[in-house]
Write a protein that binds this ligand. Structure first.
Ligand code: IDP
Ligand code: MG
Length: 140
């Protein structure tokens, strides 16, 4: 059974889009197997976003992700990693296709970091790593 980590980022929580994201995931047929709302600190984010350290949007990304609570979700089913990335749409919400979460619900506001509602793991290795960061209790 494949698993992915989904985050509803602070913009999504502030805009009351948690239910909308969960609906899209569930309506697609993926199974939500863990879910929590939490506030994250810098060290967790540096670990989670390690691949982006040093990029121009890294510090704004960390600040943005600490700007309010987020919702962390584990979803499961065959090919859920690829499938949720398709549901989320392109990173840049201006480019993201209508019909996707980012294409329908987000826009480029001209900020240093693009606020695009959701995160989704991009590979099985990332998913395992990220689920361990957000749900350490699941690996006990
Ligand atoms: P992803 O979330 O679609 O996987 P990543 O490249 O992993 O995109 O980037 C992580 C997050 O950093 C993005 O979701 C977005 O919030 C932000 N980001 C990525 N690239 C840029 C950029 O070029 N400008 C501003 N923000 C960016
Ligand atoms: Mg990514």
């Amino acid at each position: 059974m494949e698993r992915t980590l989904i985050l509803v980022k602070p913009d999504g929580v502030k805009r009351n889009l948690v239910g909308e994201v969960l609906s899209r995931v569930e309506n697609k047929g993926y199974q939500i197997t863990a879910l929590k709302m939490l506030s994250v600190d810098r060290s967790l984010l540096v670990t989670h976003y390690a691949e982006h350290e040093g990029k121009p949007f890294f510090e704004p990304l960390v600040e943005f992700m600490m700007s309010g609570p987020i919702v962390a979700i584990v979803a499961e089913r065959n090919r859920v990693i690829e499938g949720f990335r398709k549901l989320a749409g392109a990173t840049d919400p201006t480019i993201a296709e209508p019909g996707t979460i980012r294409g329908d619900l987000a826009r480029d506001q001209g900020t240093k970091v693009v606020q695009n509602i959701v995160h989704g793991s991009d590979s099985p290795e990332s998913a395992d790593r990220e689920i361990n960061i957000f749900f350490p209790e699941l690996s006990k």
